[in-house]
Design a binder for this molecule. Structure first.
Ligand code: NAD
Ligand code: TYD
Length: 354
């Protein structure tokens, strides 16, 4: 029976993961969701699991050492799945500091607490023995590898070359996780996934933003020439991959997770417009994102060959289901796009017109 700490479980991937874990695994005895509930955290995403006796919400900050230490003692976690982060590249360009504190210091705080609870001799700096049932999993991103040209793919051995404050903070956190494994011997895995899509994604990210704007006949802001490429992964395939790494991943290893779905942004935007029956005249080219990575593509051969995971969603099926989900959950979208979102949108896009 597992006792799991999920951080950032009220966000997009974290909430999908909690649904996935509680519905697929009877071996979960206790799941604590530690989430600060920033603008990106939404408890509505978790309404259907709130009454599950295994599920506990703690509103708090991963940088709060005292709180994190207390939770480890109280709930006796054997597994940490660390999603909590500031996650939006555009916000990191405007306000980098919170990305560095949340994404780097937050990671260190969790690792320190895990070590002091999981190490068999916590006061012995030379001891590298841990309880046999523990694991810390760092959810990272392919963006730590930087940008690709027209050919090639990211493997786990590609050198890190982050280009945005967001990706630099994630790469730094990965380095901290690696160093803690090398120095203290804590059993860790790092997963690096490509762009996720699916239900419950905050509409500041490409796919939900474009669906929302198209539905409202608002302009669809395309950065630069719109020919940047992302390698799309359905969020449920990502959740399944994380569970596979938790079960079978070898300590200290990094696993890339990708959906083998490279698409140019414009291709996706056109597909959304056509699915919604909206005209392409809604496309509005705006100034490019500074430091915009041209192409990401994940080579997932390692996780496929060594752990036996494969994605099950085709992009065609996944994107249609996703568009339908947003149309059927327009109340969910309306609630989060009223208020503060309007200020965000004005600030982000008013200066970007070309
Ligand atoms: P998200 O922005 O939707 O959710 C982040 C969650 O973290 C929110 O619930 C927020 O309230 C919480 N949070 C933020 N700061 C916190 C703090 N200090 N303490 C506690 N909780 C805090 O993010 P997401 O898209 O679900 O991404 C989850 C993870 O996956 C992140 O680590 C991100 O870097 C990584 N990732 C995401 C994608 C993607 O396509 N979305 C791709 C690759 C990697
Ligand atoms: P995003 O969803 O922000 O993810 P990431 O930057 O982490 O890949 O953006 C995906 C792609 O879509 C990226 O190339 C930037 C582009 N994009 C736009 O063209 N317009 C937009 O309004 C947004 C939010 C993104």
């Amino acid at each position: 029976m597992k006792r799991i700490l999920v951080t950032g479980g009220a966000g997009f991937i974290g909430s999908n993961f909690i649904h996935y874990l509680l519905s697929h695994f009877q071996t979960v005895e206790c799941l604590v969701n530690l989430d600060l509930l920033t603008y990106a955290g939404n408890l509505e995403n978790l309404q259907t699991v709130e009454k599950d006796p295994r599920y506990h919400l703690v509103q708090g900050d991963i940088r709060d050492k005292v709180l994190v230490g207390k939770l480890f003692v109280e709930y006796r976690f054997d597994t940490v799945v660390h999603f909590a982060a500031e996650s939006h590249v555009d916000r990191s360009i405007v306000e980098p500091e919170i990305f560095l504190t949340t994404n780097i210091i937050g990671t260190q705080t969790l690792l320190d607490a895990a070590i002091s609870c999981w190490k068999l001799e916590p006061d012995n700096k030379y001891s590298r023995e841990y309880r046999a049932d523990v694991k810390y999993l760092q959810v990272s991103t392919d963006e730590v590898y930087g940008a690709l040209g027209k050919i090639g793919m990211f493997t786990e051995n590609t050198p890190l070359a982050p280009n945005s404050p967001y990706s630099a903070s994630k790469a730094s956190a990965d380095m901290v996780v690696r160093a803690y494994h090398m120095t203290y011997g804590i059993p860790v895995n790092i997963t690096r996934c490509s762009n996720n899509y699916g239900p419950y994604q905050f509409p500041e990210k490409l796919i939900p933003l474009m669906i929302h704007n198209a539905q409202q006949d608002k302009p669809l802001p395309v950065y630069g020439d719109g020919m940047q490429i992302r390698d799309w992964l359905h969020v449920r395939d990502h959740c399944a991959a994380i569970c596979t790494v938790l079960e079978k991943g070898h300590a200290g290893e990094i696993y890339n997770i990708g959906g083998n779905n490279e698409k140019a942004n414009l291709e996706i935007i056109r597909l959304i417009l056509s699915e919604l029956g909206k005209p392409e005249s809604l496309i509005q080219y705006v100034q490019d994102r500074p430091g915009h990575d041209r192409r990401y593509a994940i080579d997932n051969a390692k996780i496929v060959a060594e752990l036996g995971w494969t994605p099950v969603y085709t992009f065609e099926q996944g994107i249609r289901e996703t568009i339908r989900w947003y149309l059927q959950h327009s109340d969910w979208v309306s609630r989060i796009t009223s208020g503060e979102y309007q200020n965000y949108y004005r600030k982000m896009y008013s200066a970007a017109k070309v």
